[in-house]
Design a protein. Sequence first.
Length: 93
Amino acid sequence: MNPIKDLRHSVSPVHLQSSGCLRPPAWKTKPSWYQVSDHDPMIPPETQKEMADRIKAKKIIHLNSGHASLATQPKEVTALILEAVEAAVFEFS
């Protein structure tokens, strides 16, 4: 049993669409960072890039990973999160 491979069969792909939020999303007023999974079978990399461009991500990184990039490349994802935290602390202090 491989949970990452099994996930692929239990989740359907998503496409860009309105979320129907009642409040403006945080990415409209707060800085954002984005990580693209280059081999994601659920969210095509092209769609991920469109989402990153839409939120005007300060930084976009690409990982040679599938949908579960946090599970397969935790160091790279953590480094991006820590970089975002440091920038936010500096910007809002």
